[in-house]
Design a protein around this ligand. Structure first.
Ligand SMILES: *[C@@H]1O[C@H](CO)[C@@H](O)[C@H](O)[C@H]1NC(C)=O
Ligand SMILES: *[C@@H]1O[C@H](CO)[C@@H](O)[C@H](O)[C@H]1NC(C)=O
Length: 189
């Protein structure tokens, strides 16, 4: 019983790309959807372009330090920040808000400035409202362009895969505040 249940959940989880949470037609607890659903849907690729605003200074920072060693090394190894950064349509932070980058980043290198990024782009714009893209990647912030993999997504980005390209357009060396341009290429159904 327990074994059947686990197998059923596994199959369902892999192939649920229809919009409802669960198929309960005629009391069928679980059915395989591989051919019926996956073949009908065509994967498409979307290109998203927006600006990310990391504000660590001022009265209401959108990124705050939550952990790290008491005595920092040259590159601040171990410092960990939690962010709820605005994503806007234009490079100005006061331009139209399209979503937020929620998650954390940590200084994960001892010989260079390189971050571990673990974040969700939570969108609020148009058909993307309520949908999200999850990013898990390496971000050597002083490189011109950084590439980070898309680990998955929700809503219209369910079963997402792809990559994000980040390019810093403004950085304040005193405060650490930054504006980063993102091009995201995401394949989804
Ligand atoms: C930090 O450095 C100071 C001065 O070198 C030292 O006294 C202190 O024990 C260090 N603290 C930790 C947590 O390593
Ligand atoms: C996004 O969805 C939320 C919740 O359904 C709604 O309150 C909000 O007005 C929507 N925003 C936009 C820009 O459509």
């Amino acid at each position: 019983m327990a074994t059947n249940f686990s197998i059923c959940l596994l199959i369902t989880f892999n192939f649920v790309i229809f919009p409802t949470f669960y198929n309960t037609v005629n009391g069928i607890f679980c059915e395989e959807l591989t051919e019926g659903i996956a073949i009908k849907r065509v994967e498409k690729t979307s290109h998203l372009h927006f600006y990310f605003h990391d504000v660590t200074s001022g009265k209401k920072p959108s990124a705050v330090k939550i952990a790290g060693p008491a005595n920092s090394s040259a590159y601040g190894f171990g410092a960990t920040m939690m962010m709820d950064d605005a994503l806007t349509e234009g490079p100005d932070i006061s331009s139209k808000l399209v979503g937020r980058a929620q998650g954390l980043y940590a200084i994960a290198a001892q010989e260079e400035v390189s971050l571990l990024m673990v974040m969700n782009f939570a969108f609020i714009e148009g058909t993307y409202n309520g949908s999200s893209i999850s990013i898990l990647g390496r971000n050597p912030v002083f490189n011109d362009v950084r590439e980070m993999p898309i680990a998955g997504g929700s809503g219209v980005f369910r079963l997402a895969r792809g990559y994000a390209l980040a390019h810093t357009i403004w950085f304040d060396y005193n405060t650490g505040d930054a504006t980063v341009e993102y091009h995201v290429y995401v394949s989804h159904y």
